[in-house]
Each structure stands twice: as structure tokens, then as C-alpha cells.
Design a protein around this ligand. Sequence first.
Ligand code: NAD
Length: 263
Amino acid sequence: MDLGIKGKWALVCGASKGLGLGCAQALVQEGVHVLMVARGQAALQAAADALAATAAATGAVVQVCAQDITTEAGRAAVFALHADFDIVVTNAGGPPTGDFRDWDRAAWLRAVDANMLTPIELMKATVDGMAARGFGRVVNITSSAVKAPIDTLGLSNGARSGLTGFVAGLARSPLAANGVTINNLLPGAFETDRLRSNYQAAAEKGGESLEAVAARRRAGIPARRFGNPQEFGAICAFLCSQQAGYINGQNILADGGAYPGTF
Ligand code: NAD
């Protein structure tokens, strides 16, 4: 299926690996020009280089900007490189796990900054331009923990729920009548560095092997496997497509059936 977005410009955050990289890959495959952002220059450049052949085949331009997207200076550097985006994929590292008794105000502010205020700032900088041009797609990478909170992920549950409530309002504002859609994409368990490090921490805490923890988690997913970043990226690209223009203000769960509810 041609998604009808060839030649559009996308900003993809957290794009050097994992889910963000999966999204960048899928968009480049559609001929979308992508500005990839992550903090480390070397890993980011390597990820962009790995997309070069696909970009050459589809006519996409791939640029990189090594910045911390959660800072004002980082965002200013991104928008100095390219001011107008048709597609924005917001994403940054998830907050640490832990016990809420140990989190002070600074820990909460870091989580709220990264997982709520940064996506809001990125939308603030881009959605009016999208509306003026009559097309825009925002996909916020959040978490299945928004629908099914996990106690040790309290920082994530809290900060991302704030973003989710905000998006529910903004998506239904007059932007919607001007071709702009804003959706949240909620990963369950996907095979990435983050998943591996979370399971490593659980394994060390419980005195188990990483594989034992992973096997138990897999057994709790109806699909009996973790997702992979490529399939996550494909969902993201579809949400950015012309065909998805009537999907707006939604929380789309990709979790292999793990969430047990009907709705
Ligand atoms: P990952 O650690 O594999 O990759 C994160 C990417 O974001 C990397 O490219 C990293 O360099 C970049 N990044 C981190 N902080 C950044 C910052 N401040 N500025 C710019 N770039 C930054 O993680 P992932 O598994 O791809 O997860 C992506 C998001 O999805 C995270 O917020 C995570 O909490 C969430 N999530 C992941 C899963 C999963 O199973 N993988 C499940 C639920 C939620």
C-alpha cells in the first residue's frame, strides 16, 4: 500500500535505536525525509548510515541532530536545522523503575519533562504550521502502562497519563478540521535495549537469569513473543499515512494481546 506521504518531512525523536529507529526506518521506506534525533552522535550517525541504502532507493533525505530533546537548547538546535515538519514522532527514554518512596521532586520533574512536557513543546512548535499547510501527523510513543499501569513504573504511569489527557483535548481542537491528527502509540513489550535492561535489573534483583525473566514475561503475552521495532515502525508509518486521516485522538495499543480488557 502506498501511504501517500513520500516527500513529507518527519522529525523522529529517540531515533538511534529501538522503537524510534523502527519508526524512522518505516518512514524512510515510504520516501519520507527524516530528521533523526538522539543524544549520542556516533550511534545516531551509525543508525542514519544504515538507512542510507533505503533512502537512496526511495528518494528520502536522512539528516541527524545529536541533541537531548528534553532540553530547550536541544529543541532549538533541531528547529534551527529544519523549521517545518509534516510528521512528528515524539519519544525519549523512559523514566527509571523504582519505589515511589524513593522519588524526590527532582526525579518527578525529570520524568514529567521527558515524557509529558517535551512532547507538548514539540507539538507547540509544529502543529500550527501543519494546520496552515492542511496536513499533519503527530505520533507520541507512550506506553501500555498508560492503560495497564505497572507499580514500579510510577514515574512513567504518572507523566505519560498527563500527556495522554492533554492530547485527548488537543487532538479535538480546531487543528482536526485542518488535517492534523494526533495519536498516541502504546508499546507493550518490544525487543529493545530498554526492555533488555529492565529485565536485566529484574533478573539481578530476583537472583534469576535474564532469560528466565524474559521467558516468564513472554508467557504472559498471548502472542508468546515480544514485538519487534520494525512492526512498531509499520504501525507508526500507517498512523502517519494519508489513509489514517480519520484516526485522531486515539491511544493505539501494540502489545500482542497482553492487555486483558475488551476496550
Ligand atoms: P531504547 O532505550 O531502546 O531507545 C531509546 C532511544 O531514545 C535511543 O535512541 C536513545 O538514544 C534516545 N533517547 C533517550 N533519551 C533521549 C533524549 N533525552 N533525547 C534524545 N534522544 C533520547 O528505548 P525503546 O525501547 O525504544 O523505548 C522508547 C520509548 O518507549 C521509551 O520512552 C520507553 O519507555 C517506551 N516503552 C518501551 C517499551 C518496550 O518494550 N521497549 C514498552 C513500553 C514503553
